[in-house]
Design a protein around this ligand. Structure first.
Ligand SMILES: [Ca+2]
Ligand SMILES: [Ca+2]
Length: 162
């Protein structure tokens, strides 16, 4: 009869050794699923309330990341002074200068429309974004901003113009 407890101990050890592996696998699966959520919707929410944001690429992202953006709460007279990234001045980060490069834009302002201009200091052609509107792809013919891909150089909320 002494062999029965030995078998039970062996089975118990096997079962216990598998449980942590299963838990670990489940825990790893959750962050991976969150990380693969659609980038477009997540990136729009990266634009803070009250700001107008521009991104280098379509779908509200720069090199795949929504937080790499340039934003203003009043205006930016020359996008060339800024690179895409949280509060990054020109030349500090590798994914590019904001002048003549924006391919998606969003006005998350709460009160005013926002104007985007072809040239610095509110010069050249002008495009309008009503509050809480954007354009996910400036290079196509649909949306609020058409014909402005890779040429925008300044941006102003309405009361800051002139
Ligand atoms: Ca671009
Ligand atoms: Ca320009």
């Amino acid at each position: 009869m002494s062999s029965i407890p030995t078998h039970r101990q062996t089975h118990l050890k096997t079962a216990r050794s598998r449980v942590p592996a299963l838990i670990l696998g489940a825990a790893l699966a959750v962050p991976l699923a969150l990380a693969s959520a659609p980038a477009a919707s997540a990136a729009v929410s990266d634009c803070p309330s009250g700001a107008t944001c521009i991104w280098r690429d379509a779908n509200y992202q720069t090199a795949g990341v929504g937080s790499r953006r340039v934003q203003y709460y009043s205006h930016i007279g020359n996008f060339g002074f800024w690179d895409y990234g949280p509060s990054a001045v020109s030349g500090m980060i590798p994914w590019g200068n904001a002048n003549d490069s924006a391919s998606s834009v969003y006005n998350n302002g709460n009160y005013e429309r926002s104007y985007l201009f072809e040239h610095a200091n509110e010069k050249g052609r002008r495009w309008t974004l009503l509050k809480k509107t954007g354009d996910a792809n400036l290079s196509d013919s649909s949306g609020h901003v058409v014909g402005a891909n890779d040429i925008l150089s300044s941006g102003y909320f309405e009361s800051m113009v002139g």
